[in-house]
Design a protein around this ligand. Structure first.
Ligand code: MN3
Length: 207
């Protein structure tokens, strides 16, 4: 296969009690795997599919894809593939916040405190209509912004670099929380790996 899921960087039960093992397994083995398969199928079924050096370059340039069916597949399945490749890297239990990280300093400069960021981020998540993602993202001109994207659209489409993202599709939390998005938000906030988020922010890590 041309485009690949990352290996899950932890066991299915590693995020408990915040995210249960069954949810992680379904999310990775059904949803994430489905995006991977369907994106590869779309390329295999397209005559003269364009070449891209990476999944990220595919995202940044997806609007230039001429074949309209392939363009839709890249937007939906390519978006789903890269979003989850990113998502799994940024989750980890028992993280302590290192106040010296550049990201944490810049969050405090922008929002005043981590609590303010959390409050605004939660509001943006609760107000997202339908399925999508809320992101902390870095603008191309520098600086941080909370953005929302629908379905599997993502910051790369918009010229932003994601720092971390919260999957606001019901498949991410429905087994445990039913439709209670806010309870899932409070859970997942405990799992954000600020060290990894900082690496994405500073460019030390790339997708
Ligand atoms: Mn998902």
């Amino acid at each position: 296969m041309k485009f690949k899921r990352i290996d899950l960087p932890f066991e299915y039960n590693a995020l408990e009690p915040y995210i249960d093992a069954e949810t992680v397994e379904l999310h990775y083995e059904k949803h994430h795997k489905g995006y991977e398969q369907k994106l590869n199928d779309a390329f295999a079924n397209t005559v003269h599919a364009p070449e891209f050096e990476s999944l990220k370059q595919l995202m940044i340039n997806y609007q230039k894809i001429e074949d309209p069916e392939l363009r839709v597949s890249v937007r939906e399945f390519g978006g789903g593939l890269i979003n989850h490749n990113f998502y799994w890297q940024t989750l980890k239990p028992n993280i302590e916040i290192n106040e010296d990280l550049e990201l944490i300093k810049d969050i405090k400069k922008t929002w005043g405190s981590m609590e303010n960021l959390k409050a605004e981020f939660k509001q943006a998540t609760l107000e997202l209509f339908g399925s999508g993602w809320t992101w902390l993202a870095k603008k191309s001109t520098g600086g941080l912004k909370i953005i929302r994207t629908f379905n599997q659209d993502n910051p790369w489409f918009l010229g932003f670099t994601p720092v971390f993202g919260i999957d606001v599709w019901e498949h991410a939390y429905y087994l445990k929380h039913k439709s209670n998005k806010g309870a899932h938000f409070d859970d997942i906030w405990n799992l954000i790996d600020w060290n990894v988020a900082n690496e994405f922010y500073t460019g030390q890590r790339d997708i």
